[in-house]
Design a protein around this ligand. Structure first.
Ligand SMILES: C[S@@+](CC[C@H](N)C(=O)[O-])C[C@H]1O[C@@H](n2cnc3c(N)ncnc32)[C@H](O)[C@@H]1O
Length: 289
């Protein structure tokens, strides 16, 4: 007798990555009417990443990066970001809303969001988290039950016009795909590094530090979004020990961009408060479909 994977939360808006037909749960799998079938992993997630959306054998953040991020975030160093996110989303959604997190990592922000929406707004909207990394998605299942999926921003297996609020935190946005899945009038909330973000690490790594102007507005506008409210969260962490600094570094693109000498200099840092400077942008889909 097969054992049902009861810890996966299915949702009506899931669709097949191969033909975009609706997926229904049949036992331990999600199936579409064309006979494509995707097993539900025992941890409580489904891998809907098709071969053509994979650019490598093991795409996205690796196991060690996921573990470092989880440890760093669980220590509360980025809690002000999670708090501000919850305030913004709380004002945007209601009990019937569907919230999705694109590039959800190991689920820290969705978990915090669920807790805050419940306690401060008495609201428990549906939550879907997807990430191209199977390690991140698997780790997210340990935080809470939700609709966790391995999927790429380039081919999101969610029905068109189905999502009320889409989050992209420190992610790799693909605006045309985001525009497809959002409802008319839905909101995309982009959270990205600002000019002073982790300036102490960047000044240690690079001979000169630049901040490239964000291309968010330009790319989002051409995909049909209009730019709404923006806000900033800026603070200094408590002094971070060497281990925490290295965990933080492995959450950033600097891990790959830095020279070996730059990485060695960072590895020697200890007891350093770090500046966090993060911008929040609300982008709205037009109300006309
Ligand atoms: C910097 S991490 C941010 C994770 C999470 N949003 C957070 O802030 O904790 C970027 C995440 O995007 C994922 N990612 C990279 N490319 C992606 C893609 N094309 N589609 C979906 N996720 C992707 C990575 O696996 C990683 O988990």
């Amino acid at each position: 007798m097969p054992v049902l994977q009861l810890n996966f939360v299915s949702h009506d808006c899931l669709c097949c990555p191969l033909d975009q037909l609706a997926l229904r749960q049949l036992g331990n799998a999600l199936c579409c009417d064309n006979g494509h079938s995707f097993d539900i992993a025992k941890q409580g997630y489904v891998n809907l990443l098709s071969a053509q959306d994979k650019r490598s054998h093991d795409p996205g953040d690796g196991k060690d990066m996921v573990a470092a991020r989880r440890e760093f975030l669980n220590n509360g160093h980025y809690q002000p970001i999670a708090e501000h996110l919850a305030e913004l989303v709380g004002s945007l959604c209601n009990e019937n809303s569907i919230i999705a997190d694109a590039g959800c990592g190991e689920g820290y922000y969705l978990e915090h969001l669920r807790r805050k929406l419940k306690s401060d707004h008495r609201c428990t909207p549906a939550m879907i988290g997807f990430d191209i990394s199977k390690w991140a998605t698997k780790a997210a299942t340990r935080r809470m039950m939700a609709t966790w999926i391995v999927a790429s921003n380039r081919n999101i297996p969610l029905a068109h016009n189905s999502i009320d609020c889409l989050l992209s935190l420190f992610g790799f946005p693909v605006y045309p795909s985001f525009a497809k899945i959002l409802k008319p009038g839905g909101t995309l909330l982009m959270v990205d590094a600002g000019p002073q973000h982790l300036i102490e690490l960047r000044e240690t790594i690079y001979p000169s530090v630049r901040h490239s102007d964000s291309t968010v507005a330009k790319n989002a506008l051409s995909a049909g979004f209009s730019v709404g409210e923006t806000s900033t969260v800026r603070f200094q962490t408590t002094p971070l020990k060497q281990l925490k600094i290295n965990q933080l570094l492995s959450m950033t693109p600097h891990l790959y961009r830095a020279s070996r000498a730059g990485l060695e200099r960072v590895a020697k840092l200890n007891h350093l408060p770090v500046t966090v400077d993060v911008s929040f942008r609300c982008l709205r889909m037009s109300t006309e479909d």
